[in-house]
Design a protein around this ligand. Structure first.
Ligand SMILES: [Zn+2]
Ligand SMILES: [Zn+2]
Length: 207
């Protein structure tokens, strides 16, 4: 999929840098000494932003057996197995409100930001995949793959376990939010507190 309307290079876009659009190397990439790339294709440029091990095309399949567990405004989440046997959550972007190029830009940025995070209360991004390659009949779209968390979000967990003292769980969330807000490449604001709870408190749910 090409993003013809974006004159920004991929490298600047995912880091929210101002891009002068100079080719073959923009000024920001030149100054920061990162590879400059204008190839927005899912089978090349986008995957090259990430370490090779994060390319999960061929490692999982969304077909019978993949259970759709959430359908938000911009994405669906599926629960499925990787070929290695572990259960993963696969988030597929279906953003019909924005132009496809803009939706792709935002999804790539989310994946890039997420893969930079390293905190014990934040579920890691295992990798990315192309929906067209992991789902028969699927169209080219970015998928984000993370470990499946069986206990759901913290509110569900506390309802199911009324004897659990919630303060340590809340402190884990505060720790994760504080990490995001003081992130070394600039503050990250999580726009969905429900999501943040589901994503973050999970380590401690089993403690
Ligand atoms: Zn640039
Ligand atoms: Zn650049």
């Amino acid at each position: 999929m090409e993003v013809s309307s974006s004159s920004r290079c991929l490298s600047c876009s995912v880091r929210k840098w101002r891009c002068d659009g100079a080719r073959p190397v923009c000024a920001a990439c030149d100054q920061q000494q990162v590879p400059c790339c204008y190839d927005w294709s899912l089978d090349k440029g986008i995957f090259e932003l990430f370490p090779t091990r994060m390319n999960l095309n061929g490692m999982l399949a969304l077909e019978r057996g993949a259970q759709q567990v959430a359908n938000g405004g911009f994405a669906r989440v599926y629960r499925t197995h990787r070929k290695t046997g572990d259960i993963v959550a696969v988030k597929v972007f279906f953003d019909h409100k924005r132009p496809p190029a803009r939706a792709l830009e935002l999804s790539v940025r989310e994946a890039f930001t997420w893969h930079c995070l390293d905190h014990r209360n934040i579920v890691p991004l295992l990798g990315i995949a192309d929906y067209a390659k992991i789902c028969p009949g699927g169209f080219p779209q970015l998928c984000l793959v993370s470990p499946w968390i069986s206990d759901g979000n913290i509110m569900d967990y506390l309802k199911a376990n009324p004897g659990v003292y919630p303060l340590p769980l809340l402190m884990d969330i505060v720790s994760a939010v504080s990490y995001l807000h003081s992130f070394r490449h600039g503050p990250i604001i999580h726009g969905d507190l429900k999501g943040i709870i589901a994503h973050m408190a999970v380590d401690q749910l089993h403690a």
